[in-house]
Design a protein. Structure first.
Length: 302
């Protein structure tokens, strides 16, 4: 339902009509940052969290001339409303704008601010329950993965390699096989009765989904530790007893049923993952004024 619609530097227009200058620094130098926000029932889910992260990314790349957060608070809901999108996502990008090609900042810059909404179909319970496979790769990204920058080449190559290996998502590993995050998701493991995920640092993105998963797990009394773990802890020590899932705005929580060649658990989503998924889906539905969806846990048993 609804259609694509673009906001570009003050105007609303069909997405296909948007034009960016050849010397836009986002295009030539990757000199920009972005956000992706989920739309559900016409609402922007956790918008304030996303705008706060956008402001942090802008400050980190010293693009403070584009104090866009406040404007976007009004522009983005209008974009979704005018496009008539019930379910989908909004992509926001801010670059240091067009200027004769040169590494040094243009002074003053003319930032490019754009956002577009695209409708999509929510995943079906069968798709969620099928789970995903991760393909481990060495993390060759730069050392500021906490900035949501448009420099995504390492992730593009890693995700392509994952696809060619028959997997759904790349798994970025640091030295010693430390599990950092997915190609475009955070990664959680339930190991020895504790929900683990990489601590916030320059090596991972502070995912909004991650933040809310941690909050829900703590509220439910599930033991949580933001502490590094290695791939071996999943694949060698206890593959049958552990659970793994990815977390991201567009895909929510996805149970991981295979990492490389190693089957995780019994090859089906584990109980803790499903419990968190049900709580997460219920909370998002209530937040946007929808009926909570039927529990996935019951479907799995049926
Ligand atoms: N890590 C990376 C590298 C990502 O690209 C994403 C998706 N933007 C995430 C984690 C998940 O973040 P979020 O939950 O905010 O979508």
């Amino acid at each position: 339902m609804g259609s694509e619609l673009l906001y570009l530097n003050g105007s609303f227009l069909p997405l296909s009509e948007g034009r960016i200058e050849v010397e836009d620094r986002g295009f030539q130098l990757g000199d920009g940052v972005y956000e992706v926000i989920k739309v559900m029932n016409g609402c922007l889910v956790w918008l304030a969290d996303h705008l706060a992260r956008l402001e942090r990314s802008l400050a980190a790349v010293r693009l403070t001339e584009a104090a866009v957060g406040h404007e976007l608070e009004e522009i983005l809901p209008r974009l979704v409303r005018e496009a008539g999108v019930a379910y989908g996502s909004v992509y926001v990008q801010v670059t240091r704008g067009p200027a004769p090609r040169e590494f040094i900042f243009p002074r003053p810059p003319r930032p490019t601010v754009l956002a577009y909404v695209r409708p999509s179909e929510p995943p079906t319970p069968a798709e969620i329950l099928a789970g995903v496979a991760l393909h481990p790769v060495e993390d060759l990204r730069w050392a500021r993965c906490d900035i949501k920058s448009t420099n995504l080449l390492a992730a593009v190559l890693a995700k392509e390699e994952a696809k060619e290996a028959g997997a759904d998502e790349a798994l970025f590993l640091g030295p010693g096989g430390v599990v950092r995050e997915g190609g475009s998701s955070n990664v959680f493991a339930f190991l020895g009765g504790v929900l683990r995920t990489h601590p916030l640092s320059n090596r991972i993105l502070a995912g909004i989904t991650r933040l809310h998963v941690l909050r829900i797990a703590r509220r439910e009394g599930i033991p949580v530790e933001e502490r590094e773990f290695s791939l071996t802890e999943i694949t060698e020590q206890a593959p049958a007893d552990c659970e793994v899932f990815t977390a991201s705005t567009t895909k929510d929580l996805r149970p991981v049923v295979r990492v490389g060649d190693q089957v995780i658990g019994d090859g089906r989503p584990g109980p803790v993952t499903l419990r968190l998924l049900d709580l997460f889906r219920r909370e998002q539905a209530l937040l946007v004024g929808l009926e909570p969806p039927p529990a996935l846990t019951s479907r799995l048993q049926g």
